[in-house]
Design a protein around this ligand. Structure first.
Ligand code: 1PR
Length: 585
């Protein structure tokens, strides 16, 4: 099957919700300058009587499964918007905007959705916009623009300024300053909520009456708006654990007895994240299990050389969520040789996990173009789309990104055709992680290699004072002619939103992170870097955050072997003066 072509919006037609094909059949063309309120007269508000039903506006450009799951988890049914009248008859409308601004406006402007939305909001009907669902309410966006928005609130959506070293996208758990009573954000002062975005709106005199909270990230930006029954938030309540569920619960108006009162928190800024990683593969009996290697070797080397089995992926992910993990990552470690869409259990793992885990989920392994035995072609975009549809918030690309970066460095040309470029264009770079699997290579002098070296803290076996970090593919099986430094810089240019930085030498050793490597990479790029490999004690986490600019630390074995609970890691970090999210219990 050939991948369907991208539309002018950049949204592949196969990614769209059932709404989209019908909309595109109207023959309407998108006019970015078209105001949203031309043909309102024939529309009328008609409230539905179904109280337990939430109407969801999903225009099909990304993962709204998490929002669906959170709404269902809170005991509500979902009615999908199929036509503008469904917006007007909604009792409560949730608009979890995802993807790019222009693509969203294109869809909304077709077939009167934008008009219906404006009318619904102007009539003060209960509305909750999330992320892009907030930004679209403003006048215009600079994202691939200028592009006109719904124009209901004065203000322009602009990109965070990374010129002075601010890491963009703004990914992670940050706090908000409440500026007015909104009814739904009462409990979140001093608590962390999850943000993931590169664009934001600044407060101004013209929009100040709408603002209910601001957030500080390099500058103060609008994190929520409220007027009457109209609410919109820049962060993701559906990914903000119990704090986020409490916001959704309040919006959905469940009885107050069910609403837990959150303790007032002390959070004040962007938290360093602690991520739990589950390396997943099929064992020799054909079961999908969580495994863990020593320097990437996952076999026991006794009892028949079996794949180490550390538990069931869905159960472990659920446990880590309860224990306070800020994110959960699944790495399908044999994805490089198996076709991931053939790996239905992995998709099922994502679906089941996302029903009960309300923090971000990343999935990696095997994301690349693929032609199966019968000659059928699958694009990497299709593979990623299936992962997003199944509940992933971010996808992680390993081997394929190495080959893409090599090609880019050789030719100097961005083809736009690589997995990395295509997925980040359609889903946004905040949804694309590049996973690097480097191996330390000692050298006597930086002149010995063409790649960037570091002066190592501990000299090599023959007294070598320098090392470069060689990238590998296929789960560390093949070394490539590119260094981690060169790769990191190249993939940032190609559209990666985050780097997951492993180290084969440290993996599973419990001796601490490779500080030399993490310092090198986190200072080379302006996107967030996740330090990975080697955690064996709580002190290793504080060390990596104090000595490097890593935004997050990922660990596997220490948690799987139950050596240290996630909460103990966080309490230690707090004692060391490092801000972390303490989940509400
Ligand atoms: O190349 O796009 O198919 O992606 C494959 C993905 O699977 C990559 O992200 C790669 O890192 C991962 N992978 C491949 N083989 C292995 C293996 O272990 N044999 N796992 C593997 C890598 C590394 C970490 C690990 C940390 C923390 N695992 O994610 O969890 O090192 O471990 P620790 O805290 O116990 O030290 P593609």
């Amino acid at each position: 099957m050939e991948a369907p072509p991208l539309s002018s919006s950049g949204v592949a037609s196969h990614l769209r919700s059932p709404l989209l094909p019908r909309l595109s059949n109207t023959g309407g063309t998108w006019n970015p300058r078209k105001p949203c309120s031309k043909s309102k007269k024939h529309l009328s508000i008609r409230a539905s009587s179904q109280d337990s039903t939430v109407t969801l506006l999903d225009y099909g450009a990304g993962n709204v499964r998490s929002v669906r799951n959170a709404i269902r988890y809170l005991g509500f049914d979902i009615k999908d918007v199929q036509k503008p009248e469904d917006i007007l008859s909604a009792n409560r409308l949730v608009f979890p905007g995802v993807g790019a601004f222009a693509a969203a406006m294109e869809v909304l402007n077709q077939n009167g959705m934008a008009d219906a939305l404006c009318m619904y909001i102007e009539k003060d009907r209960p509305f909750l916009g999330i992320c892009l669902g907030l930004q679209l309410l403003f006048e215009s966006s600079e994202e691939n623009g200028p592009v006109k928005g719904l124009g209901l609130i004065p203000g322009v959506v602009g990109r965070f300024d990374s010129s002075s070293g601010l890491r963009v996208p703004h990914i992670g758990w940050n706090t908000v300053q409440i500026t007015k009573d909104s009814g739904i954000l009462d409990d979140i002062e001093g608590q962390h909520v999850y943000f993931v975005h590169s664009y934001r709106v600044l407060p101004s005199d013209a929009n100040k009456d709408w603002i209910s909270s601001t957030c500080n990230y390099g500058e103060s930006f609008i994190s929520s708006i409220t007027r009457g029954n109209i609410h919109a938030v820049q962060f993701h309540p559906e990914k903000s654990g119990d704090v986020g569920l409490s916001i959704l619960r309040k919006f959905l108006n469940t009885s107050s007895s069910k609403t837990k009162k959150l303790a007032c928190g002390k959070a004040s800024k962007l938290a360093k994240r602690v991520i739990s990683c589950l390396d997943v593969r099929t064992n020799d009996k054909g079961d999908l299990v969580v495994t863990k290697g020593d320097q990437y070797d996952v076999r026991e080397h006794r009892d028949g050389d079996e794949v180490r089995n550390l538990g069931k992926p869905v159960e472990l992910a659920g446990q880590y969520y309860k224990d306070g993990a800020d994110e959960v990552s699944f790495l399908n470690i044999t994805g490089f040789r198996d076709f991931p869409l053939g790996d239905l259990p992995m998709l099922q793992v994502l679906r089941c996990t996302s029903e009960n885990v309300f923090v971000p989920l990343t999935v990696g392994g095997g994301i690349r173009d693929f032609t199966d035995g019968s000659g059928r072609h699958y694009s990497s975009l299709e593979v990623a789309s299936e992962y997003f549809r199944s509940g992933a918030d971010k996808i992680s690309i390993g081997s394929d990104a190495v080959l893409t970066a090599e090609e880019y460095l050789r030719t100097g040309v961005k083809t736009g055709k690589s997995s990395l470029e295509q997925i980040s264009r359609v889903y946004g770079n905040q949804a694309v992680v590049v996973s690097i699997d480097p191996r330390r290579m000692y050298v006597r002098s930086p002149d010995d290699v063409e790649f960037k070296t570091v002066k190592v803290t501990t000299p090599g076996p023959f007294g070598e004072e320098y090392a470069w970090y060689q990238c590998t593919v296929s789960g560390g099986r093949e070394g490539r002619p590119i260094g981690a430094y060169e790769l990191a810089k190249a993939v940032e240019e190609l559209g990666a939103g985050e780097i997951l930085l492993n180290c084969i030498d440290c993996d599973g050793q419990g001796q601490g992170f490779d500080i030399d490597l993490i310092k090198l990479i986190s200072e080379a790029v302006t996107i967030p870097v996740i330090a990975s490999s080697g955690a064996g004690a709580v002190e290793h986490f504080s060390e990596v955050f104090k000595k490097t600019s890593a935004s997050a630390a990922l660990a596997a074995g220490i948690f799987h072997r139950k050596e240290v609970p996630i909460l103990s890691v966080k309490e230690h970090l707090l004692q060391e003066g490092i801000e972390v999210r303490i989940p509400w219990t």
